[in-house]
Ligand binder design. Structure first.
Ligand SMILES: NC(=O)c1ccc[n+]([C@@H]2O[C@H](COP(=O)([O-])OP(=O)(O)OC[C@H]3O[C@@H](n4cnc5c(N)ncnc54)[C@H](OP(=O)(O)O)[C@@H]3O)[C@@H](O)[C@H]2O)c1
Length: 255
């Protein structure tokens, strides 16, 4: 299966790295011109299509990674054909805005961890051709409706907030004395551990937390301090702000 990337910017650079790392042959990956196309073509030995028409003509699956405001215009009037699949990564851009008939289109929200094949990628609707590409970048999580997919897209912002927490916890620790490299690794892998336990254990999440939060212990102490400062209500307000942006009529310029 040949894969084309339409819109070669920051996200595309991680998708290219992840697809090649997964074993996709460079001759099966093609880029649209503009952006970082020349840089990535030079680095990985990839072909750049002469234009977007040429890209669409030469591949079976197109990953759309232009900015949300450019998405509808970017796909309009291209030579889409039966059997082709478009995977739109454009945050907040509804399927109805992407006129690619007679090709089919799905929405997906890969994270930049695609670069290391570790992106949990929300997807709607599920098409086998799209899943075959996205699974190269990490586990694919199917959503049941486009409205559900929009809610799941908020998680792409939470991914950044989690990284911000890792950075802040590391920096705070280093100010107290420990060595930076050790703390970065410890804190980052602690977030991995927290996520893996929640993803892999079947028990209800509340039960897992109950087992962790000893009455009078340090986890409870920190949660009480956070609660007095506005958590978790503040976190929910941030999630709601992102969802409101994603579902506003002009679409969300989320990244
Ligand atoms: N960044 C992330 O972590 C992330 C994660 C998930 C989803 N997304 C989604 O991915 C999309 C891209 O985000 P980004 O951060 O990678 O943006 P970006 O760095 O600005 O990249 C977008 C690229 O698309 C190019 N482009 C625009 N219109 C084009 C067209 N008609 N033909 C060919 N190329 C065109 C732009 O070229 P010019 O610079 O020449 O205009 C630019 O190089 C967004 O819709 C975003 O919602 C991003």
């Amino acid at each position: 299966m040949r894969v084309g990337i339409l819109g070669v910017g920051h996200l595309a650079a991680t998708l290219v790295a992840g697809l090649l790392r997964s074993g996709l042959e460079p001759e099966h990956l093609r880029l649209s011109p503009r952006g970082r196309a020349q840089e990535l073509a030079n680095r990985y030995g990839l072909a750049i299509a002469a234009d977007n028409r040429g890209l669409v003509d030469s591949v079976e699956v197109v990953l759309l990674a232009v900015r949300p405001a450019d998405a509808a215009r970017a796909v309009l009037g291209l030579p889409w054909r039966e059997g082709q699949v478009v995977i739109s990564a454009c945050a907040g851009v509804p399927l109805a805005c992407l006129d690619v008939a007679p090709a089919r289109v799905v929405r997906a929200m890969p994270l930049t961890a695609a670069e290391i094949n570790a992106s949990p990628t929300a997807c709607f609707p599920v098409l086998a051709e799209a899943v075959a590409v996205l699974e190269r970048l990490g586990p694919v999580i199917a959503l049941a409706s486009e409205a559900d997919f929009e809610v799941a897209t908020v998680n792409a912002a939470v991914y950044g907030w989690a990284q911000d927490l890792i950075r802040r916890t590391t920096e705070w620790s280093v100010e107290q004395g420990p060595e930076a490299e050790a703390m970065r690794r410890l804190v980052a892998l602690t977030f991995v551990a927290a996520g893996r336990l929640m993803a892999e254990k079947p028990e209800p999440m509340a039960q897992l937390l109950d087992e962790l939060v000893t009455p009078g212990g340090i986890t409870e102490l920190g949660l009480d301090v956070l609660s007095a400062g506005g958590q978790p209500a503040l976190w929910e307000t941030a999630c709601e702000a992102v969802l409101a942006r994603l579902t506003s009529p002009r679409g969300g310029p989320a990244r």
